[in-house]
Ligand binder design. Sequence first.
Ligand code: AMP
Length: 114
Amino acid sequence: MTDCLFCKIVAKEIPATVVLETDRTLAFRDVDPQAPTHVLVVPKAHHEDAAALGGAGGGLAGEVLATAHAVAVQEGVADTGYRLVFNTGPGAGQTVPHVHAHVLGGRGLTWPPG
Ligand code: AMP
């Protein structure tokens, strides 16, 4: 998609701090971190939201989750616990319409979130 921020990051047209990359996924640090570890994991292919990702087939949703877990291991938060968030739709706070998992960790994460 030509006018998508995260497609441009995937295409390396916009810089990002990449922490992990696989054939079909990219993980990079959020520019406005809400926790000591705050990484976004995206499929390289454009899918608007979690529903679209779930319908994409081919194991892509599972690969996004596997990359998210690999990021948590790499960041050293897998053992203490981490949170995955897919804001889905503008009413839930999704501001970038290219599906992304927020990987949050490194501090006490209360539930329910504030
Ligand atoms: P959401 O509100 O769930 O759509 O999340 C979008 C996230 O993208 C926010 O946490 C932003 O801080 C983050 N973000 C926006 N622009 C960039 C960028 N250029 N590089 C990295 N993260 C970004």
